[in-house]
Design a protein around this ligand. Structure first.
Ligand code: HEM
Length: 636
């Protein structure tokens, strides 16, 4: 079992002058004072002396080697949270440091992983940045234990925590911005007194607000510094709960009932305290966390746990097993190069912009040397195959990779189809210009080429014997292709809008909301016919026209285009591409059915459908039925 340190911090070697960038004072700034030494300043005020261990990956790896740590989880230092700043500035700041963290990890020989930071004062932005970061390769998020006056039981923060559960993101809660600074001006009291009290406060707020009764049990949340004073004062909390109605809050059960919903790290520095912590929290709930490389961190990481008199199986749990569970990692039997996880990653909101702009995942910005693998995020990409079979089944990797490549191509298809919509809309707005029509046809050709690859790709999956699939099929339940958000989005975007399919996305509220939004938007089909109307090819109909009459008018408009080939070659080309896309989509459905029948015969689907027989009914579906209807009415 690997030794994993889940609580370490980093500062990049340099970063832009944020005060100048955002036009507000006192942002953290790094000032190098000597070789391997620097001071982080807050405006003119020195905040903390740091060393190159904060930014130099080689130094970190050397220290890990020295201390016997296999994997280190890095997160930013709370002074960078910027929760009190303008949300846009905090978001920019988070993006910048999140990308730098991954860039450091990419140089960490697979031994560094990262938790992102988010602008928690703006829940929508926080959720979006979490999703972006998880897609980019972060394992979760580090959050502060409060946002101004809002504790963790704030409704917005609970929404964010819910989102973390959905995303499979591990959450590390770190105390910051300590209470009553006016009473703790000396002796490092904000660290020694304020931090433990802050952490206790946030844990108590979560429990007594009843948050754990509402949050999914899949949420993995850990509190730094042994959970602060929580464990030591749990008896006091239980006593109040037992005797005072007002102390019970909205919690359904006594506080100790929820201990198996949280983790704490082991940064308590004293063996008696560590043993007490394990006794209160349980052997599965304490994880090695060192606060490396800061002065209040464990000097030789892991020594406290290793040298303790805790039984050896408990030490193993603290040093690695519990961290793997918290982070959603597990060692694979066999190769040792891939990791398995206890949770599947559910793709949520798309990173595409509302306007169809390209995916905006900026590359590393600070101190980065761009390489093939850092640009393409190869290490992150290769860490996303989380096998669930135990012992790992050889073919599960193929199963995951085939699905992942489909999803990547779906992402590109959506990207291009959105651009087609933008071009057709522009063509409708300016019927004399031909550029946009040409561009739409060009992009549609790319879409049909992608579809050809997607139709063919099923053959790779067919190299898996039915018996091999059955060996791990059971563990996939109830995950199903029904839940492919991007597939459904392609259908909705093209014009095949079946609201009923939304129900399969109820377990993932963000996907549900995104698809619901897509349902309300004009589809490619709508925009295409609106452009034909602007071109004068589709005469307006009376409001009382029936759906059948509208359909026939649209088919007639296509007929008129084709019958006047000389004047409408470019539009006919768009029609041909759309027809081909439709055709290939049916080919995809057919190949999927053949592959399904070859693999599971007439078995029912994991999504609850009748399987092959259900899928056969989808073969009739068409995105652009008018294009097909026109074929019947065309004349010589
Ligand atoms: C051994 C491999 C596979 C099997 C046995 C399988 C089986 C099924 C079944 C039975 C359904 C019907 C829904 C249900 O009850 O779950 C389904 C739907 C679906 N599958 Fe697959 N599938 C496989 C691979 C794939 C792959 C590689 C993709 C690629 C993205 C995929 C995408 C989908 C989609 C998008 C749907 C929904 C189709 C619709 O609603 O029209 N499947 N699959």
């Amino acid at each position: 079992m690997q030794t994993v340190d889940i609580h370490t911090h980093f500062f990049p070697e340099s970063w832009p002058d944020l005060a100048a960038r955002f036009g507000t004072p006192d942002w953290p700034l790094i000032k190098h004072t000597g070789r391997g030494e620097a001071i982080v300043m807050l405006g003119d005020r020195p905040f903390r002396k740091i060393t190159s261990a904060c930014w130099d990956v080689d130094v970190r790896l050397e220290h890990m080697e020295r201390d016997g740590v296999d994997l280190q989880v890095i997160s930013a230092t709370p002074v960078l949270f910027a929760y009190g700043r303008a949300p846009q500035h905090a978001l920019d700041c988070a993006r910048m440091f999140n990308d730098v963290a991954l860039e450091m990890c990419s140089r960490g020989k697979g031994r560094l992983k990262a938790l992102c930071q988010v602008p928690l004062q703006d829940i929508d932005a926080a959720c979006e940045e979490l999703t972006r970061s998880m897609r980019a390769g972060h394992l979760g998020v580090q959050i502060g234990n409060h946002v101004g006056e809002k504790n963790l039981d704030d409704e917005g923060i609970l929404t964010f925590l819910h989102h973390c559960a959905v995303e499979g993101a591990a959450v590390l809660v770190h105390p910051w911005d300590m209470m009553a600074p006016e009473r703790m001006p000396k002796y490092m009291m904000p660290w020694t007194v304020g931090m433990p009290a802050e952490t206790q406060l946030s844990l108590v707020a979560l429990i007594l607000s009843g948050a754990f009764d509402r949050l999914p049990s899949s949420l993995r949340i850990c509190f730094a510094h042994g959970g602060g004073s929580f464990a030591f004062l749990l008896g006091r909390l239980e006593n109040a709960f037992a005797h005072h109605q007002v102390a019970r809050g909205a919690s359904q059960f006594a506080p100790s009932h929820y201990l198996d919903r949280v983790y704490v790290d082991s940064a308590v520095f004293e063996e008696g305290t560590l043993r007490f912590l394990v006794q209160v929290m349980g052997t599965d709930r304490v994880i090695l966390g060192s606060d490396y490389p800061f002065p209040l961190g464990e000097e030789r990481v892991g020594r406290l746990v290793r040298n303790s008199k805790l039984p050896s199986d408990v030490r193993t749990k603290l040093l690695g097993t519990n961290a793997h569970k918290f982070l959603g990692l597990q060692s694979v039997a066999g190769s040792g190069t891939h990791q398995t996880g206890s949770s599947t990653h559910v793709p949520v909101a798309t990173v595409r912009g509302e306007d169809g702009a390209s995916p905006s995942v900026p590359g590393p910005q600070v101190g980065a040397h761009l390489t093939y693998s850092s640009y393409l995020r190869v290490p992150e990409l290769l860490s996303l195959q989380h096998l669930r079979s135990a012992p790992a089944h050889h073919d599960e990797l193929l199963f995951i990779i085939v699905h992942q490549t489909y999803e990547l191509w779906f992402c590109e298809l959506l990207h291009d189809l959105e651009a087609v919509v933008v071009n057709l809309r522009a063509a409708g707005a300016n019927p004399t210009s031909r550029d946009e029509v040409y561009e739409a046809a060009r992009l549609l050709r790319r879409c049909t080429e992608i579809m050809r690859v997607l139709v063919d790709q099923f053959t790779i999956l067919e190299t898996m014997l039915p018996t091999h699939f059955l060996a791990f099929r059971g563990i996939l339940n109830p995950a199903s292709g029904f839940q492919s958000e991007q597939f459904r989005e392609i259908e909705f975007l093209c014009g095949l809008k079946d609201e009923k399919m939304l129900r399969y996305h109820e377990p993932t509220p963000e996907a549900y909301a995104a698809l619901n939004r897509r349902l309300q938007q004009d589809s490619l089909r709508d925009v295409f016919f609106a452009a034909l109307r602007a071109l004068g090819m589709l005469p307006p109909l009376t409001p009382s026209a029936t759906e059948r009459e509208r359909f026939e008018a649209r088919a007639k408009a296509i007929q008129n285009l084709y019958q006047d080939e000389r004047n409408h070659r470019d539009w006919i080309d768009v029609c041909e591409r759309l027809t081909e896309f439709d055709e290939l989509m049916v080919a995809w459905r057919l190949r999927h059915i053949q592959m399904v029948e070859r693999t599971i015969g007439a078995r029912v689907g994991t999504g609850g459908s009748a399987g092959g027989s259900y899928l056969k009914n989808t073969l009739e579906k068409k995105f652009f039925p008018e294009l097909w209807e026109a074929r019947t009415i065309l004349q010589q």
